[in-house]
Design a binder for this molecule. Sequence first.
Ligand code: HPA
Length: 277
Amino acid sequence: MSHARLSAAAGAISERTGRDRHRLGVVLGSGLGTYADSLEGAVSIPYAEIPHFPTPAVEGHAGRLVSALVGGQPVLVAAGRVHAYEGWDLGDVVFGVRTLAMSGCRTVLLTNAAGGIGDGLAPGDLVTIRDHINLTGRNPLIGPNDERLGPRFPDLSDVYRSSLRKVIADVTHSLDMTYHEGVYAWMIGPSYETPAEVSMARQLGAALVGMSTVPEAIALAHMGVGVAGISLVTNLAAGLASAPLSHDEVTEVAQKAQTRFTALLDALLPRLAADGG
Ligand code: HPA
């Protein structure tokens, strides 16, 4: 992970947006990407035009970074991410969030689509991530450490900051929505889990299972950035639902949940941009 590459990417973002520093970063997960279009003063930059930025392969969603003002504060929204299961090196997987941090963001909200494992969770639920379990054996910090980014052995005891979770809980309640919180288990994918793997993750205390977010959260914690995480449950994980899993089901549920998700982000982002960091 080269510091020079991150500086070049962050420099290009300030140049293109005319905003020197951004305060809050947001990563939008599968099926949630359209949120960025609704923001005030939005300046959109395709990932392909940012030096060294990895570009997702998903058709029609090449990925873009949107700079906008939320509650008067500059915010960077990354619509589209790259995943380890596409074959990317983890350094590339976390390049985007590291660039958000280099652009000044002291808080980053990571969102994703996930399978629900926890009792009482149903498709469409929004769940705040309390903590994670890394079931992949992989870590974006493997390799030489760059002390300019963070320490060799970073502490992960409050990655998904309790202060930020409290803000999400307050905002959720103010919208009369149900607040759920749980542990996210990272599986490498791209196959969905087996019922036995889901049963294992459940016994380990996970409420959610998914194929993203954790490497980004680790890289941000390494840089001292506060992470907030929200999963949209798009399906019950394998073995808990009656039908086989399909990606179409995941995107369909994500689309249906769009209105509630947008309402939550509209209320939450000004709070995170003002309070966070
Ligand atoms: N498993 C892993 N990742 C996912 C799932 C799932 O059930 N649903 C959405 N992303």
